[in-house]
Design a binder for this molecule. Structure first.
Ligand code: AMP
Length: 211
């Protein structure tokens, strides 16, 4: 199965860009954070095992991540856009063993801007839609545009958990730049511009990659 991969610091916009690319290519968007939060909100056995880990901002053990991938891939999908996976070298090795990786996008953003973006993020407690008080404001303060639900701060977007998540990113995930660069699969994309201009940069690379 062919796939594209997005990774980057929290708040770099990988969810937004992965969603756009998956729609354009008609690939399945696999957003690992959303899949995990879904398991938590449904209180499945796996969800109960990971909820405290996620709330603390730590990484979920690799074997549970592989289990989620197994149960989430849609039969008959044409390809996958992974977002938030892989986040460790062990996960990256699993990825290249099981999938044909077409290209990996590292969305580059400095830490101060990342923290500002994360702190202004709000999520609907009913339907899970994402908003941002700076770049994607809801029409009515505190209310979801889509379903009218209350907007809240994600538990792991609170300062203590953000610090932990950034630490995990530097210690476990950043090394994947080297990993994919050695495989000649890495594209570094500047993530501080507008959604449209970043999407344009990504598309330019995708058009050069044969799939
Ligand atoms: P995200 O929405 O991408 O920021 O992910 C939220 C949380 O889910 C992370 O802070 C981790 O606790 C967990 N998580 C998401 N993806 C992974 C992964 N590939 N490996 C381990 N934990 C993950």
């Amino acid at each position: 199965m062919q796939c594209y991969v997005f990774f980057g610091i929290q708040g770099s916009g990988k969810g937004t860009q992965a969603e756009l690319l998956s729609r354009e290519l008609d690939f399945q968007h696999v957003n690992m954070g959303d899949l995990l939060r879904e398991q938590v909100s449904q209180q499945t056995e796996l969800g109960r095992r990971v909820q405290d880990i996620i709330a603390r901002g730590e990484l979920v053990p690799d074997d549970l991540i592989f289990e989620i991938i197994d149960i989430s891939l849609l039969p008959g999908c044409q390809g996958i856009v992974f977002d938030g996976f892989p986040r460790t070298v062990n996960q990256a090795e699993y990825l290249v063993r099981h999938f044909e990786v077409l290209q990996v996008f590292f969305l580059e953003l400095d830490e101060a801007e990342a923290i500002e973006r994360i702190s202004s993020r709000r999520v609907c407690s009913e339907c899970g839609a994402n908003f941002n008080l700076i770049s994607h404001k809801p029409l009515r303060e505190g209310v979801c545009d889509i379903c009218g639900g209350d907007l809240a701060i994600r538990k792991d977007d609170r300062p203590e958990a953000i610090t932990k998540r950034l630490k995990e990113f530097y210690e476990q995930t950043l090394v994947l730049k080297e990993f994919f660069s050695e495989l000649r699969l890495l594209s570094v994309i500047k993530a501080s511009g507008s959604v449209t201009s970043i999407a344009r940069d990504i598309n330019a690379v995708v058009h050069q990659v044969k799939h």
